[in-house]
Every structure is written in C-alpha cells, then in structure tokens.
Write a protein that binds this ligand. Structure first.
Ligand code: GAP
Length: 467
C-alpha cells in the first residue's frame, strides 16, 4: 500500500465538494428548490465535525483559560449598535455590475485575481482608479463581456423587519454581521457579574450574516456562517504584549487540530483601518492557494469608545490598584467555523492504493473525526455474529460516542464507507470472537492493518487511541 496523494491537485475542490455531499457532510441549502446562493446545510457527518471544531475552540479559548469567560448573545440587537459600530455606513465591499448580463462582481477580488493589490477598505475613488486602469484585463465571469458599471460601495449588513411595524420599512433591524458586537455591549454586564480584572477576555461562537456580493469557493465565502470570536480587554500598555501572546496561542491551537504547519502562513495587513494597531491573518493553503482562515487584530479603544458614546453608558474600567479609569484596549481573534471545516477537509482528504483500488479516506485526528468507531458483524446473515456485534456496540456506546453499527453490504464496502467519513477504527466481530477467544479485529483507518483485541479490553484500548 502506498500513501500516494497529499497533493493540492487541481480538482481537489471538486473532490471535496462531491465527497461532502455523498457522505452527508455538506449539502447546498434548499437544494430541491434549486439552492440558495451562498448558503449551505450541514448533514449528519458535517454537524458532528462542526461540533468537534467548536468544542475544540471552546476548550482552548474558554475552558483552558481562567482569564476568559463564555457568552451567547442574541443575533438580533438594538439597531443603534450597528450605527455606533460604523457598520450601517462603512461595512461594505466594492460592487460593479456587468451592463450586458447584470452579473455583480466584487471589484477588489477580481483585481486580486489578476494580481493587482486591492482590498475592500479602499475608497471608492481609489478602487475605481485601479478598476479603470485594468478593465481590459477583466471579463465578466458569467457572460465573458467587458462592459462594467463603476464600482460603488455595497453595504453587507442584512436587514430585517423584526420589530419594524412601519409600512415603508424605515426602521430596520439587522442580522448581526459579526458576533463580537454582542460581546462589546455586554462587557459591563460580564465585569459586574464576574468581578474580572484586566486583562480578561469574553468568547462566543454563533451565526453571522453578510450580504456577500459574490459568495464563492464552497464554504469559504458564504452569506450565513458561524464565527468563533474572542475579545480580550487589556490595559493600554498591555495591548501589544497580549497581542503577540494571542497570535502564538491561536497558532498552537490550530496545529493541535492536526493541520500541518507547512499549510499555514501569517499574512500581515498593510492597509489598516484608522483605529487598528496591527492585524494579521492566519492563512490556510486552500485548493486555490493560501487565503484567510482566521484574523487576529489589535483594535485599540475603538469598540468600547464608540459604544460608550452611542449608548451614553460609561464603559471605562476602574483599576482598583492604581485608581486609574480608562477605556480598555481590545485584541481579538476571529475565525469562521466554515473556513476551518473546509481547511480540515482539505487537510484530511487522502487517496492511496489499497489492494488494486484507489481508496479515498479522511485522515482526521481521531478526536475530531465525526464518528469514532464503527462496529460490524462479519456476515449479516449469521444471527450469532449479529447478536454479539450488537452487544459489543452497546458496550462501546456507553463509553465512546458517536459510534456506528453497520451490517450493510460486504465488509470491504463497509470499510470504504467508514474511510470516506474518516472513522479511525472499525471493530469486526467474526467467528473467532464467538467460537474461540472473545476477541475482535480492530482495523486502523490509515494503514488498513488489523489487530485482535480482547472484548474486555476494547474500551480502554480504543480510548487510548482516540486522542
Ligand atoms: N470581528 C472581526 C471580523 O468579523 P472579519 O475578517 O470580517 O473580522 C473574521 O471576519 C473571520 O470570519 C474571517 O477570518 C473568516 O474566517 C470568517 N468570515 C468572514 N466572512 C465570512 C464569510 N462570508 N463566509 C465565511 N466565513 C467568513
């Protein structure tokens, strides 16, 4: 058996999208109605992987840290929050429309694609200058023509009529565009109820919504997604020291998921928003190359200042030792569950030759695999084998989860199915189990090798491997 491909082959994206659908990881949303652009559903395997990603993040960002507390704020909030934060005015991407087919493009992204440095923070004037200079090199991805409108800023906040009973819809509320605003507006509550001292952080995981102009690349840029955000409040002179610590910590946390260091890279932002001190992205080597997976930002006093002003409530902190009062500085780590999910799928996707066939398997670290163990009777038409396999399944199911019972098709086919969802171990009950020595075979996903293990030792054997 040769472990052949860990390549970034050109059709890796297609292979992953297809496996995600085939094996119940990710489905296009509303598929039977023709789909809904930029939105996806997570199937039975996908939701397990998602939950493992979020649990891993929570463990690293809350449970392992005495200085960070968790929060679950609402998706809908007082619309004044989005005014104070600047989102109703400034949360926008440059959009242009093809005059021939009305397709919309995100101008900074199409410029980047032809190698021109641009980003969404550029003024309308500057991005239009670049767009004009390079229009001849840009074709509409839909109709291939080269006849575009000027770029204009398009606001990404998703509006709703929740709580708006005006006929004309003039008092919209918003689905949150990022989860961290719910953290900023709860800083005072968390401080008062938990008596935290600086530096300390607040973490949360939850849905965010953006009216992305051009959702693309599968889970990479979607209109509905989940964020895992942690906002860390510091004294003024601690901000950059804590920032460096946070960068190091997040890097370590991501590596512990089983992502290879060679597939990660830091990207420092040159073009910062006016209040930011520093911003880095952790990029992953996606099928199209390195791209942002998570952002780590030093944001100064901006967030708590604007919410102090917007709400009229003083969000400054009184240092009980020095008696000094000041607005805490904030550093944040902000990652998308979908982008990490996609990175883990790319990282795990492996092809090798087993027997005479090409086999596809997902080489997840056992602790993040959607299913930990599958239990099979060797033959489904032998009642004694099926009965014993069910007993072994019930015994394991008390201690390890999720696990799966499978007696569908021949054993080879069952192994392939489990390989494709990344199940690290398959336990098979055979004739030796019931006639000879009460042992089962345990097959290792990555090597395909099998060991005989006594049923009475199975739980501790598997637990020691599922780390
Ligand atoms: N609070 C800071 C913030 O939201 P961001 O760079 O806009 O910063 C942070 O987003 C992270 O959220 C990104 O690094 C990415 O992982 C994820 N993210 C942002 N927009 C996304 C989208 N449209 N689809 C999927 N994930 C997205």
């Amino acid at each position: 058996m040769t472990d052949k491909t860990k390549t970034k082959d050109s059709d890796l994206m297609e292979k992953i999208v297809s496996l995600c659908k085939r094996r119940g990881f990710v489905y296009p949303s509303s598929e039977i109605y023709g789909g809904f652009a930029g939105i996806y559903d997570f199937g039975p395997m996908g939701v397990e992987l998602e939950n493992n990603i979020k649990a891993h993040w929570w463990k690293w960002m809350v449970h392992k840290r005495q200085d960070i507390l968790g929060l679950d704020s609402s998706i809908f909030m007082n619309p004044k929050i989005w005014e104070a934060s600047g989102h109703t005015k400034g949360f926008s991407d440059p959009l242009a429309e093809c005059k021939e087919c009305n397709n919309r493009i995100r101008v900074d992204k199409v410029l980047e694609e032809i190698g021109i440095k641009a980003d969404e923070k550029m003024s309308e004037e500057n991005i239009n200058k670049l767009f004009d200079e390079h229009k001849k090199e840009i074709k509409c991805p839909k109709c291939g023509k080269q006849n575009f409108t000027k770029a204009k800023k398009f606001n990404l906040l998703v509006k709703s009529n929740l709580g708006d009973f005006t006929e004309s819809g003039t008092a919209p509320s918003y689905l949150r565009g990022e989860t961290c605003q719910g953290i900023y507006v709860n800083v005072k509550n968390v401080l008062d109820s938990n008596h935290m001292k600086l530096p300390f952080g607040i973490a949360q995981v939850g849905k965010a919504f953006r009216n992305e102009i051009a959702p693309r690349q599968f889970l990479f840029r979607t209109r509905e997604f989940e964020q895992m955000e942690m906002q860390y409040l510091t004294k003024p002179d601690q901000e950059m020291i804590e920032y460096e610590k946070l960068r190091e910590y997040r890097w370590k946390a991501i590596l512990s998921l089983g992502i290879k260091e060679e597939n990660l890279k830091w990207h420092k932002h040159d073009n910062l928003v006016f209040y930011a001190k520093e911003a880095y992205d952790i990029e992953y080597n996606y099928p199209w190359g390195f791209d942002e997976m998570e952002g780590i930002h030093a944001r100064g006093t901006y967030d708590l200042t604007v919410h102090s002003e917007g709400s009229g409530k003083d969000l400054s902190y009184l240092d009980s030792e020095t008696n000094e009062k000041f607005i805490p500085h904030i550093i944040e780590s902000s990652g998308g569950v979908g982008r990490l999910f996609f990175a883990l799928m790319c990282e795990a996707y492996t092809e090798d030759i087993m027997g005479d066939e090409t086999r596809v398997f997902l080489k997840f670290k056992p602790n993040i695999a959607p299913v930990k163990v599958a239990v099979f009777p060797l033959l489904k038409n032998k009642p004694d084998l099926v009965k014993k396999a069910k007993e072994v399944f019930e015994m394991l199911n008390e201690e390890i989860y999720p696990i799966m019972f499978d007696d569908n098709g021949n054993v080879g086919k069952r192994y392939r199915r489990q390989d494709e969802i990344g199940t690290p171990f398959c336990v098979t009950v055979d004739f030796d189990t019931i006639e000879k020595d009460d042992t089962v075979t345990v097959r290792d996903r990555d090597t395909g090798t099998q060991e005989r293990i006594a049923v009475k030792e199975l739980v501790s054997y598997l637990k020691s491997k599922l780390v």
